[in-house]
Ligand binder design. Structure first.
Ligand code: CU
Length: 127
């Protein structure tokens, strides 16, 4: 499955790195705290062994988001472990972008909406 992340730059700053993960819940009332649990903060995955990574640890597998001069981020990667449906699927969950601070402050978030479901090939996160 292709994971595509496209950020139109709503305040992301050049020179900063932003971790991002899939979180367990969908977001309610535009409050990123309602996304619930994301990555285990005590587990760091090895990008060369994505099969050992938490499925939702996108920055662990593919690196943090690094904005360009205009604050835009386009990140695309093939991920063989993310599924759309089922108990471990991403449908109904969310993506959270964090600051690289000690608290992993939740900077922004969005619900995952599956498009082109017939193709089951393309997952896009739009912020
Ligand atoms: Cu997270």
């Amino acid at each position: 499955m292709f994971v595509a992340l496209f950020d139109k730059g709503n305040g992301l700053e050049k020179g900063q790195e932003y971790p991002f993960h899939i979180h367990e819940n969908s977001i309610k009332n535009n409050d990123c705290e309602t996304a619930g649990f994301g990555k285990d903060p005590n587990y760091k995955c090895d990008p060369s062994r994505p099969d050992k990574c938490e499925v939702g640890d996108l920055s662990g597998k593919y690196g943090d988001l690094i904005p360009d001069d205009d604050g835009n981020v386009i990140k695309k990667d093939y991920d063989a472990f993310i599924k759309l449906d089922g108990s471990s699927g991403v449908t109904g969950r969310s993506v959270v972008i964090h600051l690289s601070d000690a608290n992993q402050t939740r900077y922004d978030c969005a619900n995952i909406i599956v498009q082109n479901h017939k193709r089951k090939r393309n997952l896009r996160f739009l912020f």
